[in-house]
Design a protein around this ligand. Structure first.
Ligand SMILES: Nc1ncnc2c1ncn2[C@@H]1O[C@H](COP(=O)(O)OP(=O)(O)OP(=O)(O)O)[C@@H](O)[C@H]1O
Length: 690
């Protein structure tokens, strides 16, 4: 491998720029930028007056053009290309491709930069000395701001060249973090690329320890799928689901930076927000509410509204009366029940069935009724009365309210499914009076969503990415699953980071609840975030909370730093503030992570010391780099330097020890460059001696 990094910046020789390979690459960059500008100007110059028949068309087209212009923007601080492939002989004989975030072509339509997602770019990520994939040269570029400053070559087919890890890749992994999450297109690793480029039809589940790139891979997979199946996904939609707002805020820039502006983002709570959530459940109650058996309880509860007609139906039209006997009505109701279609769809079908029976009688009597007559009969008051009596409308929220308030109704629906104790846990102490005044919990909202789906089918999207998936309850998996029944999903998570009382213990179970039991489970084991020493320390907890899971292998060469400091109880806050001050001497973002109960006193201590701090989700800037993070919100986030306050308090903040240790594991694995642990109480024994 050859590396070219000019000493002390650049002076490009004006006399003979072409003799300097870097100057040649910079010339290609300048030409590509000019070509992109021309592409943008072409779109800006489009005159749509003559092609749009009316103002609606012109509005739609105008918007599309605006988006195209946005997508063609040349971002000043991101390079237009980050790699180059020179093919050897086969299909692309002697061809050279520059790989970048988007496609750029010159005035003749010749490609100057190829989209990283195009098939011809794939060997940039996958080719190796063992399998060169016809690549003679792979070149990676280094940038400072938008300026090309270095390159690194691999001659994959040259047996004389020895294998080395890429310095540019190492530099990218070890760069200080400030601000929101960035894309990793320039350095996607082969095992990550396999997941990113896996097909749209299959669901993929990725198990990986902290910092193995699960979130990054999930986001890049969406970008890839949008490229490969643009039209289909534009119709059906794509959605990224994350654990909370601050997490979504942290990742929200990644897809737009890759030119993808149309992907929705939500938490599971957002998806099921049919009622205002103002209440909380005790853990034991939430566990029952989140149990998959509740789906059957709800199904029964919805169907319990159906009753068999006892009276015949009499329809009067003009001077004639038509009679449908009760047994025939009952057959129709039973048939609809057996077909197991959505409750609402059956309710809509029933009047048509009844009308059809009336029409048959009319025909037998010599009349010749048409469709209009059938529709009129279906709307007849007598028919409506039968439908309302036998198959009444069901309001999902009212139904759940009744289940949680009415012990007899619950007992009937839960018979043989939930025992008495579980039923008791479900019932509200004070029954709610109405849907609006009820103190709904997050788990109740999921139940309402399930009931709603029993009444009316939830619309499915084309692809859903579910991050931090280990924390969902079976009922939450079902809620996500019905949003991708006709689409596929990317499920990302780490069983060792499950911190809810209902956290899943196996991906097979989770995928079954999601309705995707056939999904492939892939594992990522290389860690791109946490330094070796720090991950080794955190991994001591694994055998105590998630036995069987392998520790992450850090690929970071930078040894990082782990500093564990003991102090007196009275001096804890001051020691923590001092550790933050020290961390601030470094470049990059700082996270002070503490048990939720410790956040208020620490905020005060920081303020008293004159240190400004942000909340998670607020953007770190060069001026304000310290974030005070409650342990419950730390999941998925990362900071250059982390100060961890009182680990024992983090463990004690959870209802049981295993959850406490997992919460601590999450907190210990947020650091990119260094971790300082400050404690006054004994450290949890599972961490052992430093
Ligand atoms: N191939 C890569 N090249 C450069 N950086 C990478 C690569 N893969 C991952 N990273 C970086 O490593 C960090 C961790 O990635 P990410 O947040 O996706 O991990 P995760 O597995 O989701 O972690 P957690 O389990 O803690 O949520 C991020 O800063 C990400 O940009």
């Amino acid at each position: 491998m050859s590396v070219y990094v000019p000493p002390g910046g650049f002076t490009v020789s004006a006399s003979d720029p072409l003799s300097d390979p870097l100057a040649r690459e910079r010339a290609h960059l300048a030409a590509s930028r000019a070509a992109l500008r021309a592409m943008r100007e072409d779109v800006e110059a489009l005159d749509i007056k003559d092609v749009t028949a009316n103002w609606v068309n012109s509005l739609v087209l105008g918007r599309q053009i605006e988006e195209r212009i946005k997508a063609l923007a040349d971002l000043a601080d991101t390079p237009l290309f980050f790699g180059r492939l020179d093919y050897l002989r086969t299909a692309q004989e002697g061809q050279r491709f520059y790989i970048g975030r988007r496609h750029v072509h010159d005035a003749d339509g010749e490609p100057m930069v190829i989209d990283w997602r195009a098939p011809v770019s794939q060997p940039f990520y996958r080719a190796s000395r063992k399998d060169p994939q016809d690549v003679g040269l792979r070149r990676r570029f280094g940038y400072t701001g938008g300026e090309l400053t270095a390159y690194e070559d691999e001659h994959l087919s040259d047996p004389g060249e020895e294998e080395r890890t890429s310095r540019l890749l190492q530099a990218e992994i070890e760069r200080p973090r400030v601000g929101p999450m960035r894309d990793i297109v320039a350095t996607i690793q082969p095992e990550q690329d396999e997941i990113v480029r896996s097909g749209l039809s299959g669901t993929v589940c990725v198990q990986g320890g902290p910092g193995t790139g699960k979130t990054a891979v999930g986001l890049h997979r969406v970008a890839y799928l949008l490229y490969a199946h643009r039209e289909r996904l534009a119709r059906t939609g794509t959605l990224v689901i994350g654990p909370n707002r601050s997490f979504l805020h942290y990742i929200e820039q990644v897809l737009p930076a890759l030119g993808e502006l149309e992907v929705q983002q939500a938490t599971v709570d957002d998806l099921v927000a049919h009622v205002e959530v103002r209440g909380t459940d005790a853990a034991a109650t939430a566990v029952v509410k989140g149990d998959a058996r509740m789906a059957e309880v709800l199904r029964r509860a919805v169907r319990s509204h159906v009753s068999m007609p006892k009276e015949p139906l009499m329809v009067v039209r003009g001077s004639r009366r038509w009679r449908v006997p009760a047994y025939e009505l009952e057959e129709m109701v039973r048939e609809l029940l057996d077909r197991d279609i959505r409750y609402g769809a059956a309710r809509e079908a029933l009047p048509q069935r009844i009308a059809h029976a009336v029409l048959v009688r009319m025909e037998e009597a010599g009349e010749a009724p048409d469709d209009r007559v059938q529709n009129a009969v279906a709307r007849n008051t007598a028919v409506k009365a039968v439908v309302n009596a036998c198959w009444p409308a069901v309001d999902p929220a009212k139904l759940v309210l009744r289940l949680l308030s009415d012990a007899d109704f619950l007992a009937e629906q839960a018979d043989g499914l939930l025992d008495e104790e579980e039923q008791k846990l479900l019932l509200w102490e004070k029954p709610a009076r109405g849907v609006r005044s009820a103190r709904w919990s997050a788990a109740d909202a999921v139940l309402i969503d399930e009931a709603k789906d029993l009444v009316e089918r939830t619309q499915s999207l084309g692809h859903v990415v579910l991050d931090e998936a280990q924390d969902l309850s079976p009922m939450q998996y079902r809620a996500v699953g019905r949003r991708c029944t006709t689409g596929s999903a990317t499920v990302l998570g780490d069983l060792a980071q499950g911190t809810t009382p209902w956290a899943t213990e196996s991906w097979a179970q989770a995928l079954a609840h999601l309705g995707k039991p056939e999904a492939v489970v892939e594992e990522l084991t290389a860690g791109f975030r946490v330094p070796r020493e720090v991950i080794a320390y955190a991994s001591r907890l694994l055998p105590h909370m998630s036995p069987g899971l392998a520790p992450v292998e850090s690929v970071r060469e930078n040894p990082g730093s782990l500093d564990v400091r003991r102090t007196e109880p009275g001096a804890l806050d001051a020691e923590v503030v001092a550790a933050c001050r020290e961390a601030l001497e470094h470049e990059g973002s700082i996270g002070l992570i503490a048990a939720d109960a410790r956040i208020a006193p620490l905020a005060e201590a920081l303020a008293a010391a004159g240190l400004a701090s942000l909340s998670p989700g607020e953007e770190t800037t060069a001026a304000s780099r310290l974030t005070l993070v409650p342990a419950s919100l730390a999941k998925g986030l990362e900071y250059d330097y982390v100060v961890l306050d009182e680990p024992a308090a983090v463990v004690d903040g959870e209802p049981d020890e295993r959850t406490g240790l997992r919460r601590l594991y999450v907190a210990l694995t947020r650091a990119v460059s260094g971790l300082t642990v400050v404690h006054a109480a004994e450290l949890p024994e599972q961490l052992g001696a430093v």
